[in-house]
Design a protein around this ligand. Sequence first.
Ligand code: ATP
Length: 459
Amino acid sequence: MTQPPADAATMEKIVALCKRRGFIFASSEIYGGLGSTYDYGHYGVLLKTNVKSEWWRAMLQERDDIVALDSAILQHPRVWEASGHLAGFTDPMVDCRACKKRFRADHLDREEMCPAKASLPKTDDRRHELTEARDFNLMFKTFVGPMEESASVAYLRPETAQGIFINFKNVLQFSRKKPPFGIAQVGKSFRNEITPGNFVFRTREFEQMEMEFFVPPDEAPQWYDHWKQQRLHWYVDLGLREDHLRMREHDLDELSHYSSATADVEYLFPIGWSELEGVANRGNFDLTQHAEYSGEKLEYFDPQSKERYVPHVIEPAAGADRATLAFLVDAYDEDDLGGEQRTVLKLHPRLAPVKVAVLPLVKKDGQPEVAREIVKALRARMQTEYDEGGSIGKRYRRQDEIGTPFCVTVDHQTLQDRTVTLRDRDTLEQERLAIDGLVEVLVERLAREWRSPKVAAEA
Ligand code: ATP
């Protein structure tokens, strides 16, 4: 197996594969596209759904101290005053007078050289002619109701977290939880990013997977460490190469106004090391702010110690699209099959959009009928696909490119002895198995893979 090179060409290949196989398309393409917005096709939906399901599994199924929430995208405008987003949710931007491009002031070191001054080396300080930094608010503004007036201004949420804080009291009252406990949410967020780009890495509309973990103040440091470790493991468990992952603790001058400590899970994308997820110790900033702006008491009364306190919050905040991109990048591989190049997505079986494809060798002699009978049995247990079009080699290549771990092939012998071949995506081994019991074999093989090492260790 060859390791994919971490460069721009890899990204281009992945973008091409995503389009060719129907994972992700540029949005509004028939109208010329709308910059940096994307639509997910069939396999993209299945893959991203699996990423989100795995996140839910880690948050809900494998623990008993977190509950789920799905809050509205439109919230009271005061929410964004209290959170600080209206005043401070800005990125300082600079423009280059020579090439007319706009950059985030804090990302300049990562940007390309000024094309108008291409002769300067990349390390040269004069590579752009930059303006002073200016602030841009990143929130999308809209109006609720028929009148476009100041009284009806609303914003599309720029993060899912605030919907959690404003429901703290509801959840505390109705979920029978007490600190330490968490509230988890997955949903769309919107930011009018000035420099979106790099495929789905940074877009203006994206999905987040955020969890706010409320703890007694003196336990915050230990829970911060706990969540940093858990979140890094989650990516490793789902197959990301460990040497392409790292945890980077923020320097003091990088910290947000509310945070006493933040670390980023970073992944070595083709564009270089970049944030995949942030884990922050937010102290009691959010609950205190919402208590002040709403007039509601947002605190916990401990009946045992008779103590009343505002919990501190540890927040792991991940992006579903950015995580999906990382899994795609990491899984992408090209190998050589006796002189023939194949492209394969070596996705973890838990993430693979389709778990098994059933392929009749020929479209006649009763083979399609038997294949469909197998599909029917498998479908009840896992995402299954039937494909009878084109040569068998082409169909295998197609399944390799969408990351299907297993292919079941029905051939002439099947009609005689009710056996099929089972092909493994990664080893390319083919074995002959009886149709009776095939479902159980596949369920068992996938279950072996499906057990996260964490759960397996605890079992
Ligand atoms: P960045 O520094 O990359 O702008 P951030 O620190 O502003 O990210 P957070 O507010 O911590 O990001 O959001 C949590 C996660 O949401 C990020 O780690 C990322 O995975 C995802 N995310 C944030 N902004 C975007 C975006 N514009 N497009 C896609 N995903 C995003």
